[in-house]
Design a protein around this ligand. Structure first.
Ligand code: ADP
Length: 466
């Protein structure tokens, strides 16, 4: 591994997590070891001291029973027949002179002479005798017997040191692989845990190079990181839709405006070339004004459609009383209907409420009623109604007009599409595209049913609480 990649690795969260994990793991293992070591060492030393004290008690009772010679005899016979673990035993008389001594041969390295120099009191006393060639001690307890004798018993610390040494060796043998395992395990776990973050980083990198369709793989672990990746992907999805929508809108607007702009230019050019004087120019200017109004109207409709389609349209959602809304919108077209000799009828249940943007819903309904009146000849009928379904509300605009041929059904929703029958009517070919975009932005759908010559029925379905 190069120095640069090593430096990079040191800066990663995974590496820091691994270090923390291993540090805590090693620290707690050491704490566990020291506690166990301390407990073992104190319990071993307690056990040794208890054995020494028991021995002292036994020897002093023997002395009480039969005096010094009885005590010596008993101890010698015990040693001879190895009836029990042999401890160090010393009886000292006047001026601490040794009268009797049992020192197991393996403990001969201890400076027993030290004992003769010690000044001792009357009660139980503990002290340690050093060794000439090892770091062990002879742990000795001393009491005074009646008759001014000194009774001492002791035991070497060698045996318990051996047990503790063995414990230390086992710990070292277990600890080294354990630390390695902890480090590798920690590295593996933190690497795996942070994998979704790395995927998100890679995805961002790929998106910034222009690959907008890249997505991070979802870990499917149902945890916070899973949620983060899902949210990140849906955010990228939204941004992509917006960017694609913006690009599409720009292309569409440029394409859709070409015809009216060319027309506008044509009118101006013709007026300039014609010899018809001021009246002709005035007429051309009036045409230009009309054409530019159409362009402005078209631009507004195109922007509304693209906003609604890309999901950035600001919807001011409120509860709407559907009967009132249908009545109000129909009222706006009442004069037009009467003028054309068409019966405009409305009916809807009293208590139908819908949550939607009131201005946009009026726009949708207005467009459908306007179309129905446009494509229905005099003497016809336009019926606007609403009804409630299972968690859905339906708004229906039905007319008895020219109708739509089934092959035209998919195309009437396209931008700028106008049916052959409608060429003679005013219109931009954007009304139904806008209706569908707004209804979809509300989470609804719009459908058409028609039989040519018999009329058309447009049904808007919107989500609603029963
Ligand atoms: P336009 O401005 O032409 O009305 P729309 O987008 O509103 O544009 O409608 C697209 C086409 O769908 C119309 O040109 C017409 O052919 C057809 N259409 C819409 N509504 C009706 C209707 N109620 N009856 C018959 N045809 C209709």
């Amino acid at each position: 591994m190069s120095l640069k990649s090593l430096k990079k690795l040191r800066g990663t969260v995974a590496f820091r997590l691994t270090l923390w994990y291993s540090g805590i793991f090693v620290g707690s293992s050491l704490l566990l070891f020291f506690s166990a070591y301390f407990l073992l060492s104190t319990s071993l030393s307690k056990k040794d001291q208890e054995a020494i004290q028991v021995r002292l008690k036994e020897l002093s009772s023997l002395y009480e029973v039969g005096g010094l010679s009885y005590l010596e005899r008993e101890v010698m016979s015990e040693k001879k027949f190895e009836r029990r673990e042999t401890l160090f035993v010393r009886i000292a008389g006047d001026r601490n002179r040794t009268l009797f001594l049992i020192l197991p041969y393996q403990w001969s390295e201890f400076n027993i002479k030290e004992l003769e120099k010690r000044r001792l009191g009357a009660g139980l006393q503990w002290f340690r005798v050093s060794s000439r060639n090892s770091k062990h001690f002879l742990e000795v307890a001393s009491i005074r017997l009646s008759g001014d004798y000194l009774l001492q018993a002791g035991k070497s610390t060698e045996e318990r040191e051996r047990v503790l040494k063995h414990f230390r060796e086992i710990f070292a043998a277990v600890m080294i692989p354990l630390i390695l395992l902890g480090f590798i395990g920690g590295a593996f776990l933190s690497f795996r845990a942070l994998q979704p973050i790395r995927h998100v980083t890679d995805t961002i990198r790929s998106i910034s190079t222009g690959k907008m369709d890249t997505r991070a793989p979802i870990p499917k672990t149902k945890d916070e990181l899973d949620e983060l990746v899902v949210l990140f992907n849906s955010m990228v999805e939204k941004i992509e839709t917006l960017i694609t929508g913006m690009r599409g809108t720009l292309d569409d607007v440029a394409h859709d405006l070409r015809t009216p702009m060319t027309r506008l230019r044509g009118i101006a050019e013709l007026a300039l070339q014609s010899e018809s004087g001021a009246d002709g120019c005035r007429e051309a200017l009036a045409d230009c004004l009309e054409e530019s109004d159409r362009i402005l109207e078209m631009l507004k409709a195109l922007m509304d459609i693209s906003e609604a389609e890309t999901g950035v349209m600001m919807l001011n959602l409120k509860p709407i009383d559907v009967t009132t809304m249908i009545g109000d919108v129909a009222e706006l077209y009442r004069y037009l209907a009467e003028d054309k000799g068409i019966a405009l009828e409305t009916d809807s249940p009293e208590d139908l409420t819908l949550t939607a943007d009131p201005a946009r819903m009026r726009q949708v309904l207005g467009n459908l009623i306007d179309n129905a009146l446009k494509y229905t000849p005099a003497g016809g009928r336009v019926h606007v109604t609403a009804r409630m379904g299972e968690k859905k509300a339906y708004l229906i605009v039905k007319d008895t007009g020219v109708g739509i041929a089934p092959e035209e059904f998919p195309r009437i929703w396209d931008r700028l599409y106008r049916g052959d029958e409608s060429r003679s009517q005013r219109g931009l070919g954007l009304g139904l595209s806008l209706v569908r975009a707004i209804v979809r932005a509300h989470g609804g759908e719009v459908a058409v049913e028609s039989e040519p010559g018999k009329g058309a029925t447009f049904t808007i379905t919107l989500p609603a609480e029963n």
